[in-house]
Ligand binder design. Structure first.
Ligand code: SF4
Ligand code: SF4
Length: 448
């Protein structure tokens, strides 16, 4: 959900703060601080340890230092302290001790950073699979690359084997299994996939995502009827409402004739036979026209490591494919992008985890909280939504050019040069990239 993602601007401020001081400590060492430290280490932000009188080890190799020791061993002017307790009195106390450089983590990131860093319980583990990688709708910017994917179906036997392995690892307790694509209704074995998923996970919440173009056809098929399968196996159909001409009312009538519930508001999050007709999965109350979200890559990488945690797919849209788990759909399906545009966004073995090599479910859940090297291609801070339309198969739908100076922390960067060079680089270009000030020799220039 959008509300679960850390605020990018606040993360930028924290990164700038960490860059300014020789030593960075987190105030206290409770669960929130430990999760923020975990994030900071993965984000390559400077972090020396925790300030606490409680010496209890937190097993993350960071030192725990008392106030008195900190005062004795470090020069106060070189220490930055991050406070995430949400208590004004903690800031006052630090100031009383003479520490001036304090960064307060705001309420939003105090909640969302630990949320994203916490491994999911089995009951809250969501996994998605593409039954077909290609699609019959062809939306611009599709984050599964379906418009440019070669027609490909999930290997059935491999899927059954993988589900059994996950069932063993999770004591059969996965919370949610999403059958999707591409367009899963293009897979003629759809009902077999639904059946085995239910047989292996009798209690899981299972849903099928569709754009709906083939619902009428599947509903009219006497021998292979989707609505019968929905009832028999207690499946939710998640039908995304695209601005395309479909006989919505006619299909709704068929659904209701089968005695299947019809929902246009978020239904209960549990096993059940129903159809949920919605506009945006990431904004549940939204009822307007569907949008497309552009998720631009920087094809040469270079996105600063602290940014990835704001990605809404990270530790949320967890993908199972051919015996491996991925933290998002971009990584397993990027080969379609590479093949179509002749690019080489590198997927490394460590960007996913082999479910046959792990010893426990916990290893998978922990892996899903990690930043992987592929994240350096994702400019999560430049994602935005635009009105939905079909894809023209241009690389622009999936990429953007990074700023010429790379992923700097916009507010302070800079360029140190003469007027002629600055004009050549283009003040407008600097401004467009969020630069607010620069230096001409020794003179500071602030862009208006
Ligand atoms: S976003 Fe569009 S093209 Fe991509 S899978 Fe969904 S319906 Fe198909
Ligand atoms: S590669 Fe990283 S940043 Fe990109 S979508 Fe996946 S998890 Fe998100």
């Amino acid at each position: 959900m959008v509300e679960d993602n850390p605020n990018q601007k606040e993360l930028e401020k924290m990164a700038v703060f960490c860059n300014k001081y020789n030593h960075i400590f987190l105030y206290k060492n409770d669960y929130i601080q430990r999760m923020i430290a975990k994030y900071m280490k993965m984000a390559s932000l400077k972090i020396d340890g925790y300030i606490s009188d409680n010496n209890e080890s937190v097993n993350d190799e960071l030192q725990i230092i008392s106030f008195d020791k900190l005062k004795m061993e470090y020069k106060k002017s070189k220490v930055g302290i991050i406070v995430s307790s949400g208590k004004d009195e903690d800031v006052l106390q630090l100031k009383k001790y003479g520490f001036k450089h304090i960064f307060v983590v705001d309420e939003w990131n105090r909640r969302t950073i630990p949320y994203k860093m916490t491994p999911r319980s089995k009951e809250n583990f969501w996994v998605e699979v593409n039954l077909a990688d290609h699609c019959n709708l062809n939306c611009q910017c599709c984050d599964h690359f379906s418009p440019i994917a070669e027609p490909t179906f999930l290997n059935f036997d491999q899927y059954v084997k993988d589900l059994k392995r996950l069932s063993d690892l999770t004591d059969n307790k996965i919370g949610l299994i999403k059958l999707q694509g591409g367009e899963p209704l293009l897979n003629t074995k759809l009902i077999d996939y639904i059946r085995v998923t239910r047989e292996i996970f009798p209690n899981a919440f299972i849903c099928v995502f569709t754009a709906g173009l083939l619902l009428k056809k599947w509903g009219n098929d006497e021998n292979n009827n989707l609505w019968k399968a929905v009832k028999d196996y207690e499946i939710e159909i998640r039908w995304t409402h695209y601005p395309i001409p479909l006989k919505f009312d006619e299909i709704r009538k068929t659904v209701e004739n089968y005695g299947i519930e019809w929902w246009e508001t978020p239904p209960p999050f549990e096993k059940g036979a129903r159809v949920w007709f919605f506009s945006e999965i990431g904004a549940l109350q939204y009822k307007g026209e569907k949008h497309s979200v552009k998720h631009p890559f920087w094809t040469n990488g270079g996105v600063a490591p602290f940014r990835w945690i704001s990605c809404y797919q990270f530790n949320e849209s967890i993908v199972l494919r051919d015996g491996r788990i991925y933290t998002c759909p971009m990584i397993p399906y990027v080969h379609f992008f590479n093949e179509y545009f002749k690019c080489n966004l590198e997927v490394k073995e460590e960007d996913s985890i082999d479910i046959y090599k792990v010893e426990s479910y916990e290893e998978i859940a922990e892996f899903c909280t990690r930043r992987v090297s592929f994240c350096s291609y994702c400019a999560v801070h430049h994602r935005y939504s635009r009105p939905w339309k079909q894809s023209e198969h241009t690389i622009e739908e999936w990429t953007e050019n990074p700023p010429f100076f790379g992923d700097s922390l916009n507010t302070f960067v800079l360029f140190w040069g003469d007027k002629a060079t600055l004009l050549k680089l283009g003040i407008e270009s600097l401004k467009n990239n969020g630069i607010k000030e620069t230096w001409l020799k020794t003179k500071k220039v602030i862009f208006k």
